[in-house]
Design a protein around this ligand. Structure first.
Ligand code: NDP
Length: 315
């Protein structure tokens, strides 16, 4: 690589994650030929880029007068996208090798759990020889709401296993293996064929409470809901009612309106709800550091950032 560049990169995330990210980021900057000072504290007016997680508590970007961009460590940006003090470009995390791969594994695992009826044998080992093989994947329709980095990858992985996959996104798309729909009609069609429904939408003013009583009623009888997207995509009261009425067979939820999910929340004890503690996928330092370094390198070369967040859309 040609001449090294001198930039100051502020790492603003939870203090305990510094130990995980410092070495991978430094290595990735070196690989990109970036002569970058990576710091956890700096005079704001000296900072060029912020590697950011909302859990850092940093909310006022005003003092960062030289700031060129903010690189979010997470895919979800709902806690920062509306920040009026942030006026420079914001990139979200898209990392095929880490974050996406983790989500594909989690979604595939939980779809297969319900598809194969694994609980029946794992939890019900009682000496009774129950015959009856599960149907093949080709007979179980999966719908994914959200066909972005994560939704498209999960949909394609499921399609490769043989599931008929319908997807839904805001803009029309062509994705191999997925019957991709958009618009209000597309949503109705996608819900009507969702034996298993997976939510991988971002949380925005448009998607909040999208899965309400009316939309749940459009799902086939006995459908399963899997939500690794965001808790507020679902009307919790409507979900509990649909489970109690027997319309939905099960909900596997990884994300919640309040996290950690309070111990007294009815989801914990509900026999038809599986709670996982926001572990569907997480940013992996080694591969994420390479994504961040490559993006800073682009910005320094005057190119637009990859994975740029559209403030108006909210994701
Ligand atoms: P992307 O921005 O790549 O994809 C979002 C998708 O949702 C796009 O297909 C987009 O449509 C679609 N969408 C957004 N708004 C609407 C709308 N109003 N109507 C229809 N479709 C809409 O995001 P990612 O795939 O990277 O991530 C998705 C979400 O997953 C994150 O926002 C985060 O909340 C969650 N997540 C959860 C994790 C966990 O551990 N539980 C880990 C990582 C992420 P279009 O393509 O037309 O723009």
């Amino acid at each position: 690589r040609e001449a090294a560049l001198t930039v100051t990169v502020l790492f603003a995330a939870k203090p305990e994650s510094w130990a995980d990210y410092a070495a991978p980021l430094r290595a990735a900057f070196a690989e990109e030929g970036l002569d970058a000072a990576l710091v956890t504290e700096a005079a704001p007016e000296t900072v060029d880029y912020i590697v950011y997680a909302p859990s850092s508590g940093l909310e006022d970007f005003h003092p960062f007068t030289r700031l060129k961009a903010v690189l979010n460590l997470w895919a979800g940006v709902e806690d920062v996208v509306g920040n009026p003090t942030l006026t420079v470009p914001l990139a979200r995390m898209v990392d095929d090798a880490g974050l996406t791969q983790g989500m594909v594994e989690w979604v595939t695992g939980h779809v297969l759990r319900h598809h194969l009826g694994m609980d029946r044998h794992i939890l019900g080992q009682d000496g009774v020889w129950r015959r009856g093989a599960p149907p093949l994947a080709t007979e179980r329709r999966v719908t994914i709401l959200g066909l972005g980095a994560l939704g498209a990858a999960c949909g394609q992985a499921l399609a490769r296993l043989g599931f008929p996959v319908t997807g839904w996104s805001r803009s029309p798309k062509r994705i191999e293996g997925i019957d991709a729909r958009s618009g209000a009609d597309g949503l109705a069609a996608a819900l009507a064929r969702a034996d298993i429904l997976v939510l991988l939408l971002p949380l925005t003013t448009e998607t909040e409470n999208l899965v309400d009583a009316a939309r749940l009623a459009e799902l086939p009888e006995g459908a399963v809901l899997i939500n690794p997207g965001r808790g507020a995509l679902i009307d919790d009261t409507a979900l509990l009612a649909a489970l109690d009425a027997g319309h939905l067979a099960h909900a596997t939820l990884d994300v919640f309106r309040t996290e950690p999910l309070p111990p007294e929340h009815p989801f914990w004890a509900h026999p038809k709800v599986t709670v996982t503690p926001h572990i569907a996928s997480e940013t992996r330092p080694a591969s994420a550091a390479r994504v961040i370094a490559a993006n800073i390198r682009r910005a320094e070369a005057g190119a637009p950032l990859h994975h740029l967040v559209d403030r108006a859309r909210g994701y």
